[in-house]
Design a protein around this ligand. Structure first.
Ligand SMILES: [Ca+2]
Ligand SMILES: [Ca+2]
Length: 441
């Protein structure tokens, strides 16, 4: 409900608009004087109760190549309660160029897209990129409460200058301990060794960023040799993962004219482990299903790394284990590593694609994909198997002799217990069983 208090009672023509979610009272032709009002309800939404803060542009002066962020924040005014629904508001701005021409009404968005960090947080944004020249740019803001159609206006001005201050150079150095193995020191200075605020951001191979401050306080833990010499330092610990690190240093300072300026410099450092690819299809030689090959590995890394394998990865259950002739990849070396891949029993002949899951230290995982050919004919070469086949063949000669004897038995009146029969049968059995044992073991 809404109550009005006027200095003296009198009839006023009040028009009321009522909806399920709001009530608007419009006082036509109000009597001059002080008015008070009181509003009660679960949700209070009145334009007067909504604060509009210009968050940007914050600076009064911009350079010609700038992009001007335009940002407005909505908030409930102090001493009021109730929820604010940012989507009930439309905020727009109109920018006037120095030549007096103006832009159209530009809608600021709270959509969490391109120029807006978060959707629905009541902060509306736009990025103005079309500066036409130096001069004053008055900006008119309009805020509209969509459900009630009520609106209000605000104005501010920013100035664009064509003055281009000469930027100081910034120098960045990285004490590269990639092979030596210790923490990495970075240091930076302006060309004239003047003061500034120095900070760094490092993009780590896994995509995250580390940031911090470089200091000129002479403290050892920052790697700073002497205080206030204009050389700012920081020590970076724990750059563990292999890959590229992009180090960016930013120095903020004030130009002699009082403009806030900054300069950025970046350098890429890297820790690499490289494992060669194997393009050709490798053949398994010998009766046992063991693949042997050599592979080239190279390390540009500051520590020796243990060469191991991920036992969980078995190429779909066919790999039993993997062994190498060397367990260490030394820091800063390249070498050929002999690898033996043991397959599980019962590998069927055929062509396979396996991945050998190398794990180097805790820092590098790489699956090396290899085509493998496993042929049945390869076990025919085995000497023991060959002897077994010869014995089985020899036993067949005895069998033929035995059969011949049985066929001609009646004609020659030879008895089954004839010693020739028994000897031939015994020879066949002995040769045949020995041959089988040799063939299969
Ligand atoms: Ca927003
Ligand atoms: Ca210093």
């Amino acid at each position: 409900m809404i109550g009005y208090y006027y200095q003296s009672p009198g009839s006023q023509d009040i028009q009321e608009i009522r909806d399920s979610s709001y009530i608007i009272n419009i006082i036509e032709d109000p009597i001059a004087g002080d008015w008070n009002y009181e509003i009660n309800g679960n949700l209070i939404l009145a334009l007067d109760l909504v604060g509009m803060t210009l968050l940007d542009p914050v600076k009064a002066v911009y350079f010609m190549n700038s992009k001007i962020p335009v940002s407005v924040g909505l908030s409930t005014v102090e001493e009021t309660s109730g929820d604010l629904e940012p989507s009930d508001f439309k905020i727009s701005c109109k920018i006037k160029y120095p030549d007096m021409s103006t832009t159209e009404w530009i809608v600021l968005l709270d959509d969490g897209q391109k120029n807006d960090l978060l959707e629905g947080d009541g902060i509306f944004n736009y990025l103005f990129e079309e500066l036409s020249g130096p001069g004053d740019y008055p900006v008119e803001f309009a805020i509209e409460h969509i459900p009630t159609g009520s609106s209000s206006l605000k104005e501010m001005v920013f100035t664009v200058t064509d003055y281009q201050p000469v930027k100081k150079d910034i120098f960045l150095k990285i004490e590269n301990n990639i092979i030596a193995g210790s923490a990495t020191k970075i240091y930076a200075n302006f060309e004239d060794f003047s003061e500034g605020d120095f900070s760094y951001t490092i993009s780590v191979p896994d995509g995250t960023d580390i940031s911090g401050t470089l200091l000129d306080n002479g403290e050892e833990k920052y790697g700073d040799e002497s205080a206030s010499d204009g050389i700012y330092s920081a020590i970076l610990e724990e750059l563990e993962a292999a890959g590229d690190y992009m180090v960016e240093v930013r120095g903020d300072y004030q130009s002699s004219e009082g403009y806030e300026l900054f300069q950025v410099q970046e350098v890429i450092i890297g820790k690499y482990i490289w494992i060669a690819e194997i393009d050709e299809i490798l053949e398994i030689e010998g009766k046992d299903a063991i693949l042997e090959f050599k592979i080239k590995m190279e390390s540009i890394y500051d520590k020796d790394l243990i060469i191991g394998f991920d036992p969980q990865k078995t190429s779909g259950g066919i790999i039993d284990r993997v062994e190498t002739d060397s367990n260490i990849l030394e820091a800063g070396t390249a070498k050929d590593i002999g690898v033996k891949v043991y397959f599980k029993d019962g590998l069927e002949p055929g062509e396979y694609t396996i991945s050998v899951p190398f794990v180097l230290g805790d820092v590098y995982h790489s699956d090396t994909i290899i085509g493998v050919l496993y042929e049945e004919s390869s076990f025919m070469l085995d000497l023991k198997t060959l002897s077994g086949l010869i014995l089985i063949f020899a036993s067949l000669i005895a069998l033929i002799f035995l059969l011949y004897t049985v066929i001609s038995m009646r004609k020659l009146q030879i008895n089954l217990t004839n010693p020739r029969m028994i000897i031939a049968f015994a020879i066949f059995i002995v040769l045949f069983i020995t041959g089988l044992i040799m063939f299969f073991i």
